[in-house]
Design a protein. Structure first.
Length: 319
């Protein structure tokens, strides 16, 4: 299942939605209200994805029943229930996770390029990470203003996963049972500020937490549909030009390792996000890096091959 949040000009309140086929989106709440108005009872389904994940065991049957009833409708009955993607806005799926943890230095080749560009002082022997603030999370097609004075504005395509149920002191062999699904993340970074933070010994509070520098989405793909998440291909393009690719087989710490490591002492909650890192190939490591850094007018596309694309335009920061 590909599940997320949508809004529209006629109904700007974000609400739960499912991509029922490529380019077609089901408004879950609108569909439930239609059936209830016709005397068909369907148990409550959360209006937000975060709440739905927390209640997934209870709501899974209701959601399946709803989808089954919608699939039986003729096309004339689908008005105001199913929309073309260009008719609605796909919101970021979880704008308010309790925790958004980003695992860094998680691909061997990326470790080498960090070290060769003065962005690494140590090689970790276990999962290491930093925090992305909720205030920087945005969704598909949301604008990202490049901050005034920043010229080394870089892309980092990543796969992220979503915690599906409370997890504390989970063992690796059971860890995948606690993952709800996977999505895309672009860890936009101001490299000149990151370099200063490395020198000062601080974590990346500023370089990776500038306004709108956390695009996530567009959908969460549940674990039963994603396939082999240890072998996912992700591509990054800028203005249609290929910049880099990665395959999740190159991760040093796999999702199960990450859940086990962080849940040792941190209770994880439904809706928590974990970014799994990027590989070599970002702009800063290239000999013509100044030509590749993001500028106002650029559009960055992060694609999970065969599944979905997260797209964001870069704009000039307004005063």
């Amino acid at each position: 299942m590909r599940i997320g949040m949508i809004s529209s000009s006629s109904n700007p309140t974000p609400r739960l939605a499912i991509q029922i086929q490529t380019g077609k989106v089901l408004d879950v709440q609108a569909a439930r209200e239609k059936f209830i108005s016709e005397g068909i009872q369907i148990q409550p389904i959360s209006s937000s994805l975060k709440s739905h994940i927390a209640n997934a065991d209870r709501e899974r049957e209701s959601l399946g029943e709803l989808i089954e009833k919608v699939s039986a409708l003729v096309s004339t009955d689908l008005t105001h229930l199913v929309f073309d993607e260009d008719q609605i806005k796909i919101e970021t799926p979880i704008p308010n996770p309790e925790k958004f943890l980003c695992v860094g230095k998680n691909y061997g080749a990326h470790l080498k390029e960090l070290a060769s560009n003065a962005l690494l002082n140590e090689v970790p022997n276990e999962c290491t990470g930093f925090i992305k603030l909720n205030s920087v999370i945005v969704g598909n097609n949301d604008e990202v203003p490049r901050p005034h004075g920043i010229v080394e504005f870089d892309y980092e395509p990543e796969v992220a996963f979503v915690i599906g149920k409370p997890a504390y002191r989970v063992k690796r062999e059971n860890a995948l049972d606690y993952i709800f699904g996977f999505t895309l993340f672009n860890d936009l970074t101001a490299r000149e500020i990151q370099r200063q933070e490395v020198v000062s010994g601080t974590k990346f509070w500023t370089s990776k937490n500038m306004r709108n520098c956390g695009p996530v989405g567009p959908w969460i793909v549940t674990t039963d549909e994603i396939g082999d998440f240890h072998n996912l291909n992700v591509h990054c393009r800028v203005n249609g030009e290929h910049r880099m690719s990665l395959n999740t087989s190159g991760q040093i710490n796999k999702p199960a390792d990450i859940v086990e490591h962080f849940s040792r002492y941190i209770p994880l909650c439904p809706g928590d996000l974990f970014a799994t890192g990027s590989d070599a190939g970002t702009a800063f490591s290239q000999p013509n890096s100044m030509d590749l850094y993001l500028r106002p007018g650029d559009v960055v596309d992060i694609t999970l091959e065969g599944i979905m694309t997260l797209s964001n335009p870069i704009t000039e920061e307004m005063d």
